[in-house]
Design a protein around this ligand. Structure first.
Ligand SMILES: [Mg+2]
Ligand SMILES: [Zn+2]
Length: 259
């Protein structure tokens, strides 16, 4: 079963293979309920391997969905999203861009999306760009927020976005901070790392993991650090809220990029 699913990742290679697989899949669905009879019993057994992928994977179990997939195949959308081909990304800063700036965010209840953010991210999702968050979270090194708490904050962000059909392809965060000597800090995270913006480490990691062409990618942030990280990685940059004349929101920045 797992093999069959992974075979679907190869649908970009040949239409014949694609149609053959669809036929097999249809036949197989007549006999089995994928969720209830296969996936659920396998979960937690260690026999099923799952991974996150921005590649083209769709449920096409109805004629309408199947036709939509055929259209995507013809238009090249399936191939474009294959990670063998260079990808383009829009990197997003978090605080002040996706969520309202409240200083160092340590309480999940203070997390609120900026206006228009879901529309903007949904627009990225519909485009050829991946939506990738790159955020400095020195609150971890300071001992003010645990990894679990940060993960809960990110879950809240993805849930709020998901409710309106928008999603992030991945979230990278830097938990480090260079200055030592504070109460409650985590000494091993108090280092000069390569990932804290203005350094480009998180963008470079994305380049490697998603086969991204950084010269065709963008970073949108509200700070000088974001622009510097983008420049260091060779991306194009947009800084919002810098002054009155600047773009004031993620929505405006995404509209500028995608038209
Ligand atoms: Mg910011
Ligand atoms: Zn770091």
């Amino acid at each position: 079963m797992v093999d069959l699913i992974s075979m679907f990742l190869f649908i970009s290679y040949a239409k014949e293979l694609f149609l053959f697989l669809f036929f097999c899949f249809g036949l197989w669905c007549l006999i089995l309920d994928l969720d209830r009879q296969m996936l659920k019993p396998l979960s937690g057994t260690g026999k099923m391997y799952c991974y996150d992928s921005p590649e083209y994977v769709k449920d096409m179990g109805t004629p309408e969905r199947y036709m939509a997939v055929c259209e995507d195949f013809k238009s090249g959308k399936v191939t474009t999203r294959n990670l063998k081909n260079k990808q383009k990304a829009i990197f997003l800063d978090c605080d002040g861009v996706i969520n309202k700036y409240v200083g160092f965010l340590t309480d999940i209840n203070d997390f609120e999306l900026e206006d228009g953010v879901t529309d903007a991210i949904r627009k990225i999702n519909e485009s050829e760009y991946l939506a990738i968050v790159v955020t400095n979270q020195p609150v971890i090194a300071r001992g003010e927020v645990t990894y679990e708490e940060l993960s809960a904050i990110h879950n809240k962000m993805e849930t709020l976005l998901g409710k309106e059909g928008a999603y992030l392809d991945t979230i990278y965060y830097c938990p480090h901070h260079p200055h030592k000597g504070y109460d409650g800090e985590i000494p091993e995270l108090k280092i000069e790392c390569d990932c804290r913006k203005p350094k480009p480490g998180m963008l470079i990691r994305a380049e490697e993991e998603f086969n991204i062409d950084l010269s065709k990618s963008w970073i949108i942030g509200d700070g000088e650090n974001d622009v510097m990280a983008g420049n260091a990685a060779g991306c194009r940059t947009i800084r919002i809220k810098e002054e009155e004349k600047s773009l004031q929101s993620l929505k405006e920045a995404v509209e500028l990029i995608l038209g």
